[in-house]
Design a protein around this ligand. Structure first.
Ligand code: KMH
Ligand code: ZN
Length: 288
């Protein structure tokens, strides 16, 4: 008999990852790449049920960038317009150098992604050597930024164990992980793999979410909800709403996730509940 994990939640944290670093604006005009589109997407996805936004910033040419000024402006703009937990990607694009990826924390996000190891990433390699993971983790602790541990591989789950042993708990004391499944060359986006990964989670993990890339998006969402987990959706991970029907706005993916979660009696959690779940520091202007 399969047991429901103790960390199974009554409500669902919905994360939206609206942009990513891989898709070209020219190929997908609906991808939010400008500051105005990012804010409009954030507002609209919050209204549809999202409580956390995972942001990759694009420059004026719609190319992925780690420009510190643009990152700061993006964080401030989303914080001003919404109550979403603001998470910046430290993964960037596969071409981004490690030292530049560390500077993402200078933009003072609530949360940052922290991938627990190197992985195949389509035709590329997404580099996350041990020393970089430790540096990023210690910097996040120092800056009081809550990391979201991104796990693309079963080996990453074990590397998280090593990271907690060596560096202790994150700022706030909660450990939230996100399984990124179905990246070509990395762990497959199947319910069986999700169950295997869950079985390996260290006991310190207090919450987990999952996202499936491409056609694994919906099955992984259903499997994660069934197993008590949270959801990440968005055009970073999936550009197809249904067979032959492209996603026209991130809101559609969030709304569908919210509906699915509600049907399964685990409705979306509010941004206030998400802040408590993740124990993020309150950086909203009114709180300062
Ligand atoms: N763009 C990928 C190479 C993250 O945001 O931290 C890495 C990624 C993970 O998207
Ligand atoms: Zn990302």
């Amino acid at each position: 008999m399969t047991t429901v994990p103790a960390r199974s939640a009554a409500r669902t944290l919905i994360t939206v990852a609206p942009t990513g670093a891989e898709t070209a604006k020219a190929d997908v005009p609906a991808l939010p790449t400008t500051p105005e589109e990012l804010v409009e997407t954030a507002v609209s996805c919050e209204a549809a049920g999202a409580a956390l936004i995972h942001i990759h910033v694009r420059d004026a040419d719609h190319e992925p960038t780690l420009d510190p000024v643009l990152l700061r402006e993006a964080v401030a703009a989303v914080r001003e317009a919404t109550d979403l937990v603001v998470q910046l990607s430290t993964g960037g694009a596969v071409t981004d150098p490690l030292d530049r990826r560390l500077t993402v924390l200078d933009a003072d996000p609530d949360s940052c992604s922290l991938t627990c190891g190197t992985t195949n990433f389509g035709d590329g390699v997404f580099l996350n050597p041990w020393g970089f993971m430790v540096d990023l983790y210690r910097l996040a602790q120092e800056r009081e930024v809550v990391p979201e541990f991104e796990l693309f591989e079963l080996g990453h789950v074990h590397a998280l164990r090593r990271l907690i042993d060596e560096c202790g708990l994150p700022y706030g004391g909660r450990v939230h992980v996100d399984f990124v499944m179905g990246v070509p060359g990395s762990m497959p986006g199947t319910p069986q793999t999700l169950m295997a990964a869950l079985a390996l989670l260290p006991p310190e993990v207090t919450s987990w979410s999952a996202t499936g890339i491409g056609r694994t998006h919906l099955p992984i969402a259903a499997a994660a909800l069934s197993a008590g987990g949270h959801l990440r959706v968005g055009m970073e991970d999936n550009l197809v709403y249904a067979k032959g029907r492209p996603v026209s706005h991130n809101r559609e993916l969030v709304a569908r996730a919210a509906e699915l979660a509600t049907i399964l009696q685990r409705p979306p959690m509010s941004t206030t509940e998400a802040r408590e779940l993740l124990a993020v520091k309150d950086r909203r202007p009114a709180a300062l």
